[in-house]
Design a binder for this molecule. Structure first.
Ligand code: GSH
Length: 201
């Protein structure tokens, strides 16, 4: 039975799971949740995910939510091609990089997003520019971390996949490209060329 994915469009959190499904060549069917209509708060959806958020997957009748947890599950259950390094420390690093790019940056990212979602006349241009700059400064850590490697851990891993959907948004919010983040720029171009990413984004 194909994996069922409850998704929404657009949703960078759902895209993160779709990229892993594509990388692994796994068949899946989607059930579209209309977030604008509040379908994620319906009792039948809350039974699947009490957080009231997509993505959710059902695999062999078993339910999972939270995109990064789903991705680790998919990688463990369907190990080809592997998307986590074998080394224990390197596995920890994958999780640290994901935490940095998604959680540590979240407040600034969310503030910028909130400002850009306002009507143009209600936006504060100074706040937008300052927040973009703060985010660029926070990204210096990831710039140093990727170094001259094609992917964060050398080979493609769940870190690249978790971060790329957030980076797409950052690009559309004007955070990237930045002259002092050339390696992240090159990594993003490399990620965009992957069939899994092209099929998803
Ligand atoms: N940490 C969650 C975040 C999921 C999330 O925020 N999903 C958004 C769509 S991208 C959502 O369902 N929002 C609906 C809502 O908050 O009401 C994950 O990684 O899966």
């Amino acid at each position: 039975m194909a994996i069922r994915l409850y998704d929404a469009v657009p949703s960078s959190n759902c895209d993160r799971v779709k990229i892993v499904l594509h990388e692994k060549g796994l068949a899946y069917e989607t059930v579209r949740i209309d977030l604008g209509k509040g379908e994620q708060r319906k009792p039948e959806f809350l039974e699947l995910n009490p957080y009231g958020k997509v993505p959710v997957i059902v695999d062999d009748g078993k339910v999972l939510f939270e995109s990064c947890i789903i991705n680790e599950y998919l990688d463990e259950k369907y190990p080809t091609p592997p998307l986590m390094p074998k080394d224990w420390w390197a596995r920890g690093r994958v999780r640290v990089l994901i935490d940095y790019g998604l959680n540590y940056l979240h407040a600034q990212y969310w503030a910028l997003r909130g400002e850009l979602l306002k009507k143009e006349e209600e936006r504060e241009p100074r706040l937008i520019e300052d927040t973009r700059q703060t985010l660029r400064d926070l990204l210096r850590y990831l710039e140093a971390e990727i170094g001259d490697k094609p992917y964060f851990m050398g080979e493609l891993s769940l870190a690249d996949i978790a971060l790329v959907t957030r980076f797409f948004r950052m690009e559309s919010y004007g955070v990237l490209p930045a002259p002092f983040l050339p390696r992240l720029g090159a990594w993003l171009r490399r990620m965009k060329e992957r069939p899994s990413v092209r099929a998803t984004l």
